[in-house]
Design a protein around this ligand. Structure first.
Ligand code: SF4
Ligand code: SF4
Ligand code: SF4
Length: 332
């Protein structure tokens, strides 16, 4: 039996075997819309011709699908061109922000991320030359600021942004078990333009964006950006429980996110062994060991992601961040 429209869509984003992905597409698009998605890429007129409808009808449906997060647009000299979401990650991130998404749709995404995503993510991690995301150290702790490069300084990224918007964190929107702030995902430059055109977030200025960064740090959220030295379309503020990217290392032992170039180091002479840092670290990188002089904490270098969250709450100011990776660790 030849695959139906939704099975073909799942195949197009490399999820051929997934009944859940087929069902997610079915919830987003009726059969006419699914046919347009399969015909993409192209202009509305080109796609209309392929599926046998008017250009006006095709355009209206494509705009609906853009709003729902499965079709992406680009302005070209020959007019607006439409394309299907590239892969499951783009389908996930964009469609969950569909403002009118029914609760069952979000529940199905939750099931997908719990049951199928870890295996799929493992396969991606084996294919990618470098993880697509990277941790950025929080604002306060790296004292030798001259060694921080622009693209690993959230304030610098925010201040240089041409436009900014904030959207809900898709992982917490679906899962939400951690109870941490949800409206904290910053979109930058073309990411912000896309957000505002779709109506899935609100525009913020640089001051408001920095306030979101501070609020995220207070809540113990880890900053994550695109793993590139020249650009990032987002600053994610991620939690341990819900994040479908950061949690993989601790739970399954593989990574889709690189650490920052920094690592936490404890000054044993200052450390009182209170354990606050160990509670704060969601990569389980800090242990409290018994020493002659009393309990002290120590950091496991292979587990530390360089987020800096442990530094800001240490009552003895016993932790500092040191540079452990060269500049070329970050791909261009
Ligand atoms: S990657 Fe992090 S901030 Fe982004 S949506 Fe997931 S948990 Fe939220
Ligand atoms: S929070 Fe500071 S003082 Fe407390 S155990 Fe950690 S390093 Fe030591
Ligand atoms: S020890 Fe944990 S909390 Fe501290 S910087 Fe490393 S990963 Fe972050």
């Amino acid at each position: 039996m030849s695959p139906n429209l939704y099975e073909q869509l799942a195949e197009r984003i490399f999820c051929k075997e997934s009944a859940r992905v087929c069902e997610l597409f079915r919830m987003v698009a009726d059969e006419k819309q699914a046919a347009l998605m399969l015909a993409a890429p192209g202009t509305a007129a080109e796609l209309a011709e392929q599926v046998g409808c008017s250009a006006a009808e095709a355009e209206a449906n494509l705009e609906t699908l853009f709003h729902r997060g499965v079709i992406f647009k680009s302005h070209k000299p020959d007019g607006m061109r439409y394309r299907l979401c590239r892969d499951i990650a783009q389908f996930h991130d964009a469609s969950i922000l569909w403002p009118e998404a029914p609760r069952e749709f979000l529940e199905l995404w939750k099931l997908y991320t719990q049951v199928e995503w870890p295996e799929y993510a493992k396969m991606i991690s084996q294919i990618l030359p470098k993880p697509f995301a990277r941790v950025v150290t929080v604002q306060q702790p790296v004292d030798a600021r001259s060694r921080i490069l622009g693209y690993e300084d959230v304030e610098d990224i925010v201040m240089k942004a041409t436009s900014l918007a904030v959207v809900n964190c898709t992982c917490r929107l679906v899962d939400g078990k951690c109870g941490k702030p949800v409206e904290v995902c910053l979109q930058i430059g073309k990411g912000a333009k896309y957000t505002l055109e779709r109506g899935t977030g609100r525009e913020v200025n640089q001051e408001e964006a920095m306030e979101i960064i501070r609020r995220s740090e207070e809540a113990g959220l880890v900053h994550v950006v695109m793993n590139k030295s020249d650009d990032s379309h987002f600053i994610c503020n991620c939690c341990e429980d819900c994040c479908i990217t950061l949690g993989l290392a601790a739970k399954f032992g593989f990574v889709l996110c690189d650490p920052s170039r920094f690592q936490a180091v404890v000054d044993k002479d200052k450390c009182s062994g209170c354990g606050t840092c160990a509670d704060r670290c969601f990569f389980a990188a800090i242990g409290i060991s018994d020493e002659e002089a009393g309990n002290v904490s120590s950091v496991a270098a292979d587990k530390c992601m360089g987020c800096g969250l442990c530094v800001v709450t240490c009552p003895e100011e016993a932790i500092s961040m040191v540079e452990v990776r060269k500049k070329d660790f970050i791909p261009s």
